[in-house]
Design a protein. Sequence first.
Lengths: 272, 583
Amino acid sequence: MVFLEYIPGDSLFHRLDIRSKLLWFIAVNVLAFLFWDPIYVGIILFSVILAGTVAQVPFRRFGTLMKGLIIPMIFIVGYEALVYPGEHILFYIIPELWGFGPYGQLTIEGLFVGLTFLFRLLIMVFSSSIFTLTTPLDHFLGFLQKIRAPYQLGFMIAVAVRFIPTLQREAWMIIDAQKARGAEIEASKGFLQTIKMYVPIFLPMIINGIRRSETLAMAMVTRGFGVRKWKPLKSIKLTKIDYIFIPICLVLLFIGIYLWIKGYGVITFWGG
Amino acid sequence: MAESEVITIENLSYTYPKAEKPAIKKINLTIKKGEFVTIMGPTGAGKTTLCYAMVGLVPQFFEEGKMEGNVIVKGMSTRKYPIQKICTVAGIVFQDFENQIFGITVEDDVSYGPIFLGFDFNEVQRRVKEALSLVRLSGYEKRTVYTLSGGETQRLAIADVLAMEPEIIILDEPTSQLDPVGKEEVFQTLENLRKKTDATVVLVEHKSEEVAKFSDRIIVMNNGKIVLEGPPRKIFEKVNELLKIGVRPPQVCELFSSLKKRGLKLNAFPITLEEAVDILSKTLTQEKIVRIQQHISTNKTAEKVNLEKPIIEVRDLWHVYPGGVEALRGVSFNIHRGEFVAIIGPNGSGKSTLLKHFNGLLKPTKGEVIVDGLNIKETTTGKLARKVGLVFQNPDHQLFAKSVREEIEYGLKNIGLSEDQIEKRIRNALEFTGLEGYEERHPLLLKKDERQRVAFASIIAMAPEIIVVDEPTTGQDFKGSERMMQMLTKLNNLGKTIIVVTHDLRLVAEYANRAIVLFQGKIVVDGSTREVFTNYFDAMQEIYLSPPQITHLARMLAKYGIRLDILSVKEMVEEVIQLIGGK
């Protein structure tokens, strides 16, 4: 799992306060959505990849995620290239034949818009991963506390995250147990059949979940839950690097907005 | 209340909400400061309920239950004081070790208690450090909890309670779900607590051989009542009574009780291995030894040369998980029709990985597995399910239907049997597992051992030639384990091939005729059970597989002429009688 996972480290991003990273995340994504020129958005993407390298994010881990996204990505670029009402036509998908057509014009502008969408998608995936991979849960909880969210919310999130791997492991055990009883889980059937097929997996999960919650609740009260408001052990604090990082982010964001107001970064075609 | 009494229970009865019968009845018990008390008894005896009553979970956690009598913990009535107050003097470790952990890292988890109680940062840190050191988990602070082994997780659960700094620690079957290494770790932790703190400990435990070593007092429960109470020596003497209740005494106690019945005069009764060695060595040197020559018995059930084609062939099997863990590294063996094989080895040795190849849940990375002529690489699990019945450890991972009948039907429908056949198979399976009359019961409302039998019935109804059972006895009491093993023996006698994975070497010694020992993904020993337990005794100990106490005893008495290859109490009785010429 790439999301929700924290990879310990000592990079700049690991040392930044969660609020600094949140600002960076917002700035990068706002800018990516302001501009339409793939060169501008490409520069932002490049900066995000650079940030990822600084944050020591293992890009290999995105492999499986990317594999699943390749077809949608090609589709996005292709679709935009086809439907965007551009002027510079590259070629037609169905050329003119016997006075029929041409249909499906592929324009340079459309291709650019497609690329921009693609870059935005990658920026979202990478920036959010950089954010979560370098931020331990403590910082999230500290943040919730800072914004005065109810303490139960933070505690609930912490407990939920704790049980994700346990539930995953349990799901696999249940699937194995039902397969051993001759269940063909992968075989694709109709919609209703598919639902029926999963009943023997979901039901044990729900029932075990109820049993689990009873033990959990007993463990919590016998360890004093409810005596006082819970707060995370470590509270978050801005340090020197944050005081340098935050102004830089803000300046870059304002420069970006200024350029956007001035009309830069729209789709142009400098060929004429 | 006397000064030294930390828990006083007067006339306690408790009925759970919606239950018909009380779970515990008229319990009177006092526990003194610094005592180490062990509660034993079969499943359903009321041990857990009694534990819950000592921390106020009973009656406060379960609404609308009915409680009579009183429980006073350090002067606090559990009726009046909130659980969160009582837990500062009496902490509890639950049997279900995984779900009582709610922190993400070890440090998080231990710190929750003290934080809830409102201590400041430094105090929390101090308590976390101390608690982790007592359970020998120092240095694990930053580890995520799901990367811990079973033994480590259970020790963490103990640390969680220690961080509350209670005077009384209650542990409800802390070792029953663990492998031998984990059990050993937990027992060492308890030993450490005894030495380094003055805590009062209440322990629920089945392992009598360990209990005998460090309990001050044993309480035996049955049907919600305390039936025996006293120091270990007094309790374990009553071998027959204990067996009838469903509590297994240490093997040395069984041995001495049998020897006495056979008319042998023994001047003392041992409860530990060392004591037994001491007493028997004296007896054996005094008595005139009839038979001096040591003879190693020739194995009577010596393997017939099997010309038949094996039913399972495993050839140079490798399995590498994504991520690179080599779970199996070149395993080869054959299993013939009608064998009763035990696969043993510490956790992480590759046992479960191996099992999942028998019905194709996993496919070999390299090598081959042929089951009854089918190469599992090319056969679906659905097809293999007719030949191989794999029973998993936890029945709750498979039960989902509204009735026992439907539960068993599921597999039979999957393999496409006709209505008539299904009906017949269900009837047979229920009869075999002793569940007649349960057809319309809801599986999830049954007791744990009944649920286990339903899961088992749902597999054998598919009439597989090979029955593979993963940990058939974990979490079961002595009677439940015996019943399970007897059912497997019966199937074996009907010609079925049985493969069990288990940590309980006492059961292996008594039931299996062949043992395959796995370690770090390789087979280290494969042979008849007797041969494996005798010739590879030391090697097994090195990988934390401890042969039964009686085999230990035989080994320690070898210089007095006792045979080395003894596997059961019965064999030892005969050997001793023969040796000293008893009647």
